[in-house]
Design a binder for this molecule. Structure first.
Ligand code: S3P
Length: 187
C-alpha cells in the first residue's frame, strides 16, 4: 500500500531507477529478485537451473505477496512478475504501478554492455533479439495493467527520476484528497 511499483522488461532500468526513486522519496527500496535471493539463499540463475521456471514463479509469487503487504516503499520487480494475474492484483492494490517501456534494441545493448553482467536465464538464446521481441510480445498485454506507462529509450536517469517523482506525488495528493472526501461524507 502507498508504494511506487516499477514493472517492465529486463534492462528497462527498474532497479537503478527504483533505487534513485527511493532516495528521492525517502522510502525503503525493495527489489523482488534480491528479495527472492535473500529468501532462498540462492541466485536467480541457480533457481532456474536447479528447479526450473515454474518453481521460480511459485517462489516469486510468495515474495510478491510478502512485499505487497508492506507500506510506503519503492518496489522494483523481475520482468516476468507482473505477468502473473495474482501478482498483478497484489501489486496494483493501493499502489502506483509504473510500466517502464523499453525497445528490444535497447535491451540488447544494455545486456551487452551490462557492467554487472547479471545473467538473465530466460534471455539466453542463439538469437537474443528475436527472443526479447518474442517475450515482449507475449507480455505486452499484461504490462498494460500498469497505471502509467513511461518510455525510457533515449531519456536520462535524471529526466526519468523527475517524471516518476512528479507522477508519484500527484498520485499521492489525489489519494489523500479522495480519502479526505470519503471521510467527510461518512461523518
Ligand atoms: C525475468 C527477469 C529477471 C528475473 C528472472 C526472470 C523475466 O529480472 O526475475 O530472470 O521473466 O523476465 P529482471 O527484469 O531484473 O531482469
Amino acid at each position: 500500500m502507498d508504494s511506487l511499483v516499477l514493472v517492465g522488461f529486463s534492462c528497462s532500468g527498474k532497479t537503478t531507477l527504483g533505487r534513485n526513486m527511493a532516495r528521492r522519496l525517502r522510502m525503503r527500496f525493495i527489489d523482488s529478485d534480491r528479495y527472492i535471493e535473500d529468501m532462498t539463499g540462492r541466485s536467480i540463475p541457480e533457481i532456474f537451473r536447479e528447479d526450473g521456471e515454474a518453481a521460480f514463479r511459485a517462489i516469486e509469487r510468495d515474495a510478491i505477496a510478502e512485499i505487497a503487504a508492506e507500506r510506503r516503499q519503492v518496489v522494483s520487480t523481475g520482468g516476468g512478475a507482473f505477468v502473473d494475474p495474482v501478482n498483478r492484483d497484489a501489486l496494483r492494490n493501493g499502489n502506483l504501478v509504473v510500466h517502464l517501456q523499453v525497445r528490444p534494441e535497447t535491451v540488447i545493448d544494455r545486456l551487452r554492455n551490462s557492467r554487472s553482467g547479471r545473467p538473465r536465464p530466460l534471455l539466453e538464446s542463439p538469437n537474443p533479439l528475436a527472443r526479447v521481441m518474442e517475450l515482449m510480445e507475449a507480455r505486452k498485454e499484461a504490462y498494460t495493467a500498469a497505471h502509467v506507462t513511461i518510455g525510457v529509450d533515449g531519456r536520462s536517469r535524471y529526466e526519468l527520476v523527475g517524471e516518476l517523482t512528479r507522477r508519484f506525488l500527484a498520485w499521492q495528493r489525489q489519494r489523500r484528497a479522495a480519502a479526505t472526501a470519503a471521510s467527510s461524507t461518512s461523518r
